[in-house]
Design a protein around this ligand. Structure first.
Ligand code: ATP
Ligand code: MG
Length: 550
């Protein structure tokens, strides 16, 4: 890839792709530093309203500078809109969760703390993230947590939600108020962080379901599962912090990221959080941190009462919300057009990425590899969703590339000189078919007739299962003294054929000659009729021409 944007950003390689954009590693040749360039996908480029919001939000994000926030350096347009950001070498929290969750509690708390630091800073500048999810959190090798995409989700208004396939992916982290299409507030980011903290501690999402609709309904109505039941190590403090983050009612959530920070830091310092148990209606215990509220001053608004709805009432309310929103926010969040998955068989990874992109789909970042007898090396041998299937636009399709034919270490057949028959059985057991073996018979003074004298390649070589294997097998005779045949004036091929009958090892030299036509044997060493051992070395001198005039 060699593409330069705005005369200075040289794109080096793709580092990731999301629903809206593709992210590249690039060099800013003007400042001589590595940057990340996020280029808006084509389907959004044509939506002028969207593009304007994208740019405005990127510009407002550019005003934030904080060690836990990925800095935005520049925005521009060349074919498509792009954002230039700080390049963060690391892995997304998504990948860490997939590989490692549940995390040790201290680790989970520390990641949450750094995200809370980022949120506290951005919120104080009036910027709400709106799309806090593990994909937007990158962790560097030295443990620094960096939040990306500040405010960019704002560009995705209800109008464009239908196109942004990945938005559906993030309903897992969507706050109830966002799900209802109400205004997003600072506490919406805290709710999303609560989902992430729950996920880091338990390895599970608090609300999951078969459809985005089912998930949204759970965000609106269901109490999250008990964290301590899923992971006893999580402990009551973190459980309570998560509960307060996941409160459905904004008023019951932490009032600010700063308040959350206070509790996280206390927890990490091993200091007990101060909790008060109050009786809510219906005897439900309501927990509040008085430690943190004392620090942030007395609450102005009266604590709102927790209302426990019956399941039936909850279901009725869900229906009401759905009906009231009708074609509006909720529906738009849930509705994403479907596309047909292309057939990627035998394509290269680059071709597969293009084919998926053309179809409105995204290639998975993790490419799997497997051996194949039928598919050429580095070509797609399988895809996570079969061709012709209908899926939501933006869906990630994983591919598996062929590593080619499996490599097998060759067994040792020359040390103990097995019979040819046994050698073939050993090869077959190792995975080499009979057809791969070719046999040359030669005399041997030491090895019995029909037993293996030598092999090529040597034992232990990692060899393709269908690769050619040569075995030299004893003819049962020993080499004897013989005389050098006369092959002068013959063609080199004829000469070699005659010499091979005595297993001579032939070396060919060439020289110009006016007497011998091209390819004719001029002389031999040893000379004809001299005594020589079978299997011994013979040198042929062959004419390069021009030969005698005709
Ligand atoms: P969405 O489209 O919903 O935002 P997403 O966050 O997964 O989903 P992108 O924001 O386009 O998609 O990012 C895609 C990937 O690129 C990220 O998952 C991350 O691995 C990588 N990435 C994003 N920003 C940077 C950056 N500044 N430095 C290094 N890698 C980045
Ligand atoms: Mg992102």
């Amino acid at each position: 890839m060699s593409k330069i944007l705005a005369g200075r950003y040289e794109l080096l390689e793709t580092v990731g792709a999301g629903g809206m954009a593709i992210v590249y590693k690039a060099t800013d040749s003007l400042l001589g530093r590595t940057v990340a360039v996020k280029i808006l996908r084509e389907q959004f480029a044509s939506d002028e309203g969207f593009v304007q919001r994208f740019r405005r939000e990127a510009q407002s994000a550019a005003s934030i500078s904080h060690p836990n926030i990925v800095s935005v350096y520049d925005v521009g347009r060349e074919d498509a809109d792009f954002i230039v950001m700080e390049y963060v070498e690391g892995q997304t929290l998504k990948k860490y969760i997939r590989d490692k969750a549940p995390f040790p509690v201290k680790v989970a708390a520390e990641v949450a703390r750094q995200v809370a630091e980022a949120l506290a800073h951005a919120h104080s500048g009036g910027i709400i993230h709106r799309d806090i999810k593990p994909q937007n959190i990158i962790i560097t090798a030295d443990g620094r947590v960096k939040v990306t995409d500040f405010g960019i989700a704002h560009a995705v208004s209800a109008d464009t939600l239908t196109q942004a396939g990945d938005i559906v992916g993030s309903v897992h982290y969507l706050s109830p108020e966002q799900a209802k299409g109400q205004a997003t507030v600072c506490q919406s980011d805290l709710y999303s962080l609560g989902v992430i903290l729950f996920e880091m501690l338990s390895g599970r999402l608090p609300f999951d379901g078969d459809s985005p609709y089912a998930i949204v309904m759970k965000h609106l109505n269901e109490t999250p599962p008990s964290l301590s039941a899923l992971n006893p190590e999580a402990g009551p403090e973190l459980e309570k912090i998560v509960q307060r983050l996941l409160a459905k009612d904004i008023g019951r959530r932490y009032a600010s990221a700063g308040e959350l920070l206070t509790d996280l830091v206390r927890f990490m310092a091993g200091r007990a959080l101060e909790w008060e148990d109050t009786e809510g209606p219906g005897g439900t215990k309501v927990h509040e941190t008085i430690g943190s509220s004392a620090l942030s001053g007395p609450r102005k608004s009266k604590r709102r009462k927790l209302i426990i709805r019956s399941a039936a009432a909850a279901a009725a309310l869900a229906l009401l919300i759905a009906a009231a929103l009708g074609i509006s926010a909720l529906f738009r969040i849930l509705y994403v057009p479907e596309v047909t998955v292309p057939d990627l068989a035998n394509l290269t990874a680059e071709e597969a990425e293009l084919a998926l992109r053309d179809a409105g789909l995204t290639i998975g970042l993790n490419i799997n590899y497997d051996f194949s007898d039928t598919v050429e090396k580095d070509r797609v041998m399988s895809q996570s969703v079969p061709a012709e299937e209908k899926v939501k636009e933006g869906r990630v399709i994983e591919i598996t590339l062929s590593k080619g034919v499996p490599l097998i270490p060759l067994p040792d057949l020359k040390t103990d000189h097995p019979s040819l028959e046994n050698a073939k059985i050993r090869l077959a057991q190792a995975g080499f078919p009979d057809e791969a073996v070719s046999v040359i018979t030669e005399p041997s003074g030491t090895v019995a007739k029909n037993h293996v004298v030598n092999q090529d390649p040597v034992p232990g070589t990692e060899w393709p299962a269908d690769g050619k294997i040569t075995l030299w097998v004893s003819s049962g005779e020993a080499y004897v003294m013989t005389v050098m045949p006369d092959v002068l004036k013959l063609s080199s091929a004829e000469a070699k054929k005659i010499l091979s009958a005595n297993y001579f090892v032939v070396t060919v030299k060439t020289e110009k000659s006016d007497l011998y036509p091209p390819d004719a044997v001029i002389s031999t060493d040893p000379a004809p009729a001299r005594a020589i051992m079978q299997g011994g070395p013979v040198t042929l001198v062959v004419s390069l021409g021009p030969g005698p005039p005709v």
